[in-house]
Design a protein around this ligand. Structure first.
Ligand code: GLN
Length: 501
């Protein structure tokens, strides 16, 4: 069952949160070879489940009370309260005990101290991810790769690979993730689950370990659009501790998702919806299996009443160099705080302060993180700032403007999430640029700050899942969810389960 159905079953007392939690803890234990979970605290999860059952019995439950969830280990979790570490997939944070919960974690769980109560979900543990969320395959985690439940020799996508694999393998009904350049949408696509990256500013970044602050955004990975809507309603909303948090009233995403469109009928729920297909999202080099699944999903959306129109995002290819300048630039600044003094790891032996910094950072960071710190430091340095960083910022604005031109002619934009299905673990070797190029279809919406989804659209080569990407205009998560939900009412790809699960 997904989270909406579980919430109903728990409320009707058809099952207890303790039973459900125990069942999932067993599954997590049996599937340890997947590498999806970095930490589990069974005792505290069961205690939280018992508290949820008691709240339901008192008639105090909400739609998510007692439903299990797990968090990408880029969200900090109050160590004293949860017993869980906060690592960002890095050795650098070894031994770090967070004194507080990320806003998203608090809102989905017990609530913020001295704040309103949370949704009452039961946290099962923390999920593996690429180190500091840098990657597209989860192979950059200091704690080892995550395996794709559909084929354990393949990657689950990244950087929220643990989240996607855990949901796909039915270890947890839903998980949080973060998306800086595609890290919710791409692993959702590779692992056959539904993922939503909201408009920048919809979910608070407070307590989300920063990678590239102008891009980082939290969102849900779950089985369906309906489940994503429920989670997003609980985890989103203004937070005064995040200076870029959007100041908007709370949104009832499940209700917005179900709101009938003008002129819609039961058979044609998407009547009047214009979906733009950027011609740059369907290049000659797009893998045939991905193209076929995406085209089939688009044909289904047409049957449901949508009209397809051709649009253009002429700077799609430029999104790659622009992102891979801006993201490392911001990362190099954000990661300056990991100096061996304030957080986690410190080298055991050193001569003086500078030597301590050097040794700590050399030991603590993995190769991809070091590469990005070096690129970022370089492009921000005197004499290069104008040539690289400033140019990238100008192009970023033009990429955002290109989207606005498209939205004159359409309500949503659609295309593939990634150019291929999930690749084999180790297949990309030591070539980081190969990984960077595979982000081509997710980076443009990230740079523009637009909301996007990956919706299961079928299966390609080797039986691997293919996701359809939908991109909406600013704060129009409702239309995204409507289209994804309609598609999921007409198709069953999102209900398929990998063999052996
Ligand atoms: N693959 C991209 C990168 O490596 C995006 C990662 C992300 O969204 N966190 O930076």
């Amino acid at each position: 069952m997904g989270i909406a159905a579980l919430g109903r079953a728990l409320a009707a007392r058809q099952l207890s949160s303790v039973e459900l939690t125990r069942e999932l803890l067993g599954a997590i234990e049996r599937q340890r070879d997947l590498g999806a979970f970095l930490a589990v605290d069974a005792e505290r999860a069961l205690a939280a489940a018992a508290a949820a059952d008691a709240a339901i019995a008192r008639g105090e439950g909400g739609p998510l009370t007692g439903v299990p969830v797990a968090h990408k280990d880029i969200f900090v979790t109050d160590h004293a309260r949860s017993g869980l570490p906060s690592t960002a997939g890095s050795k650098m944070l070894a031994g770090y005990a967070s004194p507080f919960d990320a806003t998203v974690v608090a809102r989905l769980g017990a609530g913020e101290p001295a704040g309103p109560p949370g949704a009452g979900m039961v946290t099962l543990g923390k999920l593996n991810c690429d180190e500091f969320a840098m990657g597209s395959s989860n192979e950059n985690s200091a704690f080892g790769a995550v395996r794709n439940p559909w084929d354990r020799s393949r990657v689950p996508g990244g950087s929220s690979g643990g989240s996607a694999a855990a949901v796909a393998a039915r270890l947890v009904p839903a998980a949080t993730g973060t998306d800086t350049g595609g890290s919710i949408r791409q692993p959702a696509s590779f692992s056959g689950v539904t993922g939503l990256k909201p408009t920048y500013g919809v979910c608070s970044r407070w307590g989300m370990i920063a990678f590239a602050s102008s891009l980082d955004q939290a969102g849900p990975l779950a089985r369906s659009a309906e489940d994503c809507a429920l989670l997003l309603a609980a985890m989103s909303g203004f937070d005064e501790r995040d200076a870029t948090s959007a100041e908007r009233p709370p949104q009832d995403y499940p209700a917005l998702m179900r709101q009938p469109r003008p002129g819609a009928t039961a058979a044609r729920p998407l009547q009047g919806l214009r979906i733009g297909l950027p011609k740059e999202f369907f290049p000659a080099g797009l893998a045939a299996d991905v193209a076929a699944a995406v085209r089939a999903a688009l044909a289904e959306l047409e049957k449901l009443g949508a009209t397809l129109v051709e649009v253009s995002l002429p700077r799609t290819e430029l999104a790659i160099p622009v992102y891979y300048l801006i993201a490392p630039a911001e990362a190099s600044s954000n990661l300056g705080r990991f100096d061996g003094v304030r957080y986690g790891h410190r080298a055991a032996q050193y001569d003086d302060l500078l030597d301590m910094y050097k040794k700590t950072r050399s030991e603590g960071f993995g190769p991809e993180v070091k590469r990005r710190i070096m690129i970022g430091t370089y492009v921000l340095s005197h004499g290069y700032y104008d040539a690289y960083y400033l140019q990238a910022q100008k192009l970023r604005r033009m990429i955002a403007d290109d989207f606005q031109a498209c939205f004159q002619a359409c309500d949503l934009i659609a295309g593939p999430v990634a150019p291929t299905v999930a690749w084999k673990i180790g297949e990309q070797g030591d070539d980081p640029v190969k990984n960077y190029l595979a982000d081509i279809f997710t980076l443009p919406a990230s740079l523009a700050g637009l909301p996007g989804m990956s919706v299961p659209a079928g299966f390609g080569e080797h039986g691997m899942p293919v996701g359809l990407q939908l991109i909406g205009n600013y704060f129009d998560e409702a239309t995204l969810l409507q289209a994804a939900h309609a598609l999921q009412q007409a198709t069953d790809f999102h209900t398929r389960v990998p063999a052996g699960v």
